[in-house]
Design a protein around this ligand. Structure first.
Ligand code: SAT
Ligand code: MN
Length: 598
């Protein structure tokens, strides 16, 4: 054994006396055999040191200090650019507990199989110990995680995405064993040896063979959604794939809304939207752009906390028009992954402002010109940016209790059928609308993009237990709410016969949000259809929108024939979840089918 390995396992420099934490790190170090163990403190000095190390090793490429101060580019292995849902497992003791929505492995088998891969996996490498906190410091809802990783890229991204270092160790204290045990190793990035395994009953995550976002930044999808949704069911709360925004109305009253959309369907844009001139009396602020932890407050209202500290947003399509606030977020201190680089050390991606530069280096590091046949940036290229860079960050972003929610929105990416906006008749019908949501797949996960799949509540890849039980959990929440927020279904992506989007989206979605909040406040009526409540003609503010009344009608209309097909196609999901599907959800569907057939 090299001298330094012996020194490493002693952990004399560990900044904690917590015996449970020390013992676990020791055990994992024995398994993975790193040459060195480095405990991360989250300090600026550490960031500078690790960044320099990453640059020296070619893991990060410095960008122009004038154009992008403090920013770096990372190029992933081309095999490792999106979440791999088929290699993601929920390893509950029984297969039933994980549900038909998850891949399952027996925990014993998973520990053994991955244990073999982890054995000696950090030889010649450094093991970084990342203590991190999901949720604001001092919040009773926050969770401590420890991620052990061999990747400096992961450390530097976790530093942006979570509250990392001392604050997490202080929250954990000297004796508690209540922390998520995350073990991560990039190994050789071979997809054949890639597994992302969750052990919800052990509050443990083992991820191997990938350095990519949701596979490797364990605080995000693995802890804050898969493990947290499991804990939420046990503890009576919800972990959701939802943005949280604040909307101050022209009278100065503040409302908060959560909205679930699948990956790469515009959550970051909606959370940072700039209202159009016609609605300039409104002011939007961001609390979170991806994940929401929802609890029932003492006042019987639903309260939301964003467990994250930064944004891991999709780069392509982001520009000064579609999302000026995101563009401000990435002006400094951001990490870009798989975008293109300009000659003068700036970044570029498809859909950025202006014409494509005449020459670029593409996301793989090859020369690129506008004539090239492949995109310059990977369609799932990302930016990691501190939330404190956001010019419209909500003042409550660090509040330990979170914010009270006035409305819940579910939305998919659908070219047909689903109207611009529809309100559910009641909570159970709203849960049904979320549960049966369909969406076209995107580049955020490996596999074919553009295929409509059921993505219940945008949680298909992220629910850490049986999806039927999850719907049941949602239904049960209502009884504990004094004021259940109204639930809405939206669709910004409907297309006309010409194949073009019917609705301009982005900031114009403020018009839909204004209606949603007016409905929540009870200050506007609605038209009742067999499927839900929709705006009456004239209710939606379309001033200055530049659409004809016919176009607005097309975007908002409900075609019962299309919905007949839609309800039929939900049958597959219902069959899959048959064992645990709550009767209330099944009956909602039957009721709708019966009504449509009438
Ligand atoms: O890659 S992530 O899972 O972090 C982002 C996403 O797919 O939503
Ligand atoms: Mn997401």
């Amino acid at each position: 054994m090299p001298e330094n390995r012996a020194a490493a396992t002693k952990q004399s420099d560990a900044p904690t006396n917590n015996p449970k934490l020390l013992a676990w790190v020791e055990e994992m170090a024995k398994l993975t055999q790193p040459d060195r163990i480095v405990w991360c403190d989250g300090s600026e000095e550490e960031k500078q040191r690790l960044t320099k190390d990453a640059v020296d090793k070619g893991i990060l490429i410095p960008l122009s200090p004038e154009k992008r101060p403090g920013c770096y580019l990372h190029r992933s292995d081309p095999n490792d650019v999106a979440r791999t849902e088929h290699l993601t497992f929920v390893c509950t003791r029984t297969k039933e507990a994980s549900g038909p929505n998850n891949n399952w492995m027996d925990p014993k088998e998973a520990y053994a199989k991955l244990g073999k891969l982890f054995e000696g996996s950090m030889k010649g490498r450094t093991m970084y110990v990342i203590p991190y906190l999901m949720g604001p410091a001092g919040s009773p809802f926050s969770k401590v995680g420890i991620e052990l990783t061999d990747s400096i890229y992961v450390v530097l991204n976790m530093r942006i995405m979570t509250r990392m270092g001392r604050v997490a160790l202080d929250t954990l204290g000297d004796t508690s064993g209540d922390f998520n045990r995350g073990l991560h190793c990039t190994l050789d990035l071979d997809p054949e040896k890639r597994f992302i395994c969750h052990f919800p009953e052990d509050n443990t995550i083992w991820s191997i063979g990938s350095g990519y976002g949701g596979n490797a930044l364990l605080g995000k999808k693995c802890l804050a959604l898969r493990i947290a949704s499991f804990l939420g069911r046990e503890e009576g709360w919800l972990a959701e794939h939802m943005l949280i925004l604040g909307a101050e109305d022209p009278q100065g009253k503040k409302h908060y809304v959560v909205a679930a959309f699948p990956s790469a369907c515009g959550k970051t844009n909606f959370a940072m939207m700039v209202p159009p001139p016609a609605l300039k009396g409104w002011k939007i602020t961001t609390i979170g752009d991806d994940i929401s932890w929802l609890r029932i407050g003492k006042d019987g209202r639903l309260w939301a906390v964003n467990p994250e500290n930064g944004y891991f947003g999709v780069a392509p399509g982001t520009n000064k028009k579609t999302n000026p606030n995101a563009m401000a977020c990435v002006e400094r201190d951001a990490i870009f992954t798989n975008v293109a680089m300009t000659k003068d050390g700036d970044v570029w991606w498809e859909g950025m402002d202006g014409q494509p530069p005449a020459e670029l280096t593409d996301w793989r590091g090859n020369p690129w010109t506008p004539e090239s046949k492949t995109p310059a940036a990977h369609p799932n290229s990302r930016f990691t940016a501190p939330m404190r860079n956001n010019p419209i960050l909500d003042e409550t972003a660090d509040d330990s209790e979170g914010v009270p929610i006035s409305a819940i929105i579910f939305g998919g990416r659908r070219a047909t059928t689903v109207p611009l906006v529809m309100q559910s008749f009641n909570w159970a019908h709203g849960v049904y609308l979320g549960a049966t949501m369909g969406s076209e797949t995107t580049a955020a996960a490996v596999g074919q993009a553009g295929v409509v799949r059921r993505d219940p509540m945008a949680m298909l890849p992220f629910c850490g237990y049986d999806m039927g039980d999850y719907f049941g959990h949602w239904l049960k929440i209502q009884a504990r709410l004094a004021e259940p927020p109204p639930i809405f279904l939206v669709n910004w992506f409907r297309k006309g016969p010409d194949g073009k989007f019917l609705w301009p989206g982005f900031g114009e979605n403020m018009r839909v949000l204004a209606w949603v909040l007016a409905r929540a406040a009870g200050s506007v009526g609605a038209s009742e259809t067999p499927l839900g409540l929709v705006p009456r003609p004239g209710d939606l503010d379309t001033e200055g929108l530049g659409l004809t009344p016919e176009q607005v009608k097309q975007a908002t209309s409900i075609d019962l024939a299309e919905w007949g097909t839609e309800l039929e196609s939900q049958g597959e999901l219902f069959t899959k979840l048959e064992r645990t599907l709550p009767a209330a959800i099944r009956l909602e569907r039957e009721l709708l089918i019966a009504r449509i057939k009438n």
